[in-house]
Ligand binder design. Structure first.
Ligand SMILES: Nc1ncnc2c1ncn2[C@@H]1O[C@H](COP(=O)(O)OP(=O)(O)OP(=O)(O)O)[C@@H](O)[C@H]1O
Ligand SMILES: [Mg+2]
Length: 152
């Protein structure tokens, strides 16, 4: 029998839209799970773009405090994917890297030989756009695999 295993990567930034992307990614990874062993990876990119995580960039806080705040943000960002993957019995790998989100996501997808990337159309950014945020636009443009953009 033809066996098709998929490696699916979902990009999370802690926004409600990325949680929607997580629901879709978990659903895809979990479909026909008894026959297929799909793999799910979730990635969070630590970015210094101030508007995304502005409570991090408060004047006068210590490096230790910044680290603690990052830990909280990352826990929150992975919360839904951890919960849903556990409920569906899907093996999950979580990855945290530092850098520019779009290029980091594209690079990681290549390194991990991902079949399908799942991202939200928009995310934490405050600017309202017609459809795509800057990260999703750049990922769609540059990814070496298929990209499933989950609409806000
Ligand atoms: N730092 C990040 N780490 C992982 N995934 C991210 C990150 N930032 C964005 N993403 C992914 O990209 C999707 C779209 O977010 P994007 O940043 O493009 O939109 P936005 O925040 O509304 O706009 P912008 O950041 O351009 O102001 C998110 O739903 C998430 O899936
Ligand atoms: Mg953003």
């Amino acid at each position: 029998m033809l066996e098709i295993r998929r490696k699916i990567m979902v990009a999370v930034d802690g926004s409600a839209v990325s949680d929607k992307a997580v629901y879709e990614a978990v659903w895809l990874a979990g479909s026909q799970a008894d026959k297929l062993k799909n793999e799910l990876l979730a990635v969070f990119v630590k970015t210094d773009r101030m508007r995304d995580y502005d409570d991090l960039f408060v004047r006068g806080i210590s490096a230790k405090e910044v680290n603690e705040r990052w830990e909280k943000i990352i826990e929150h960002a992975f919360f839904v994917v951890r919960k849903l993957a556990a409920e569906r019995g899907i093996a999950l790998e979580t990855i945290v890297v530092e850098g520019e989100p779009a290029s980091a996501i594209v690079d990681l997808a290549r390194v991990h030989d991902i079949d399908l990337l799942v991202i939200g159309s928009t995310g934490k950014g405050a600017v309202k756009r017609a459809f795509l945020g800057s990260v999703s636009a750049e990922v769609v443009e540059n990814a070496g695999c298929g990209v499933y953009v989950v609409r806000a």
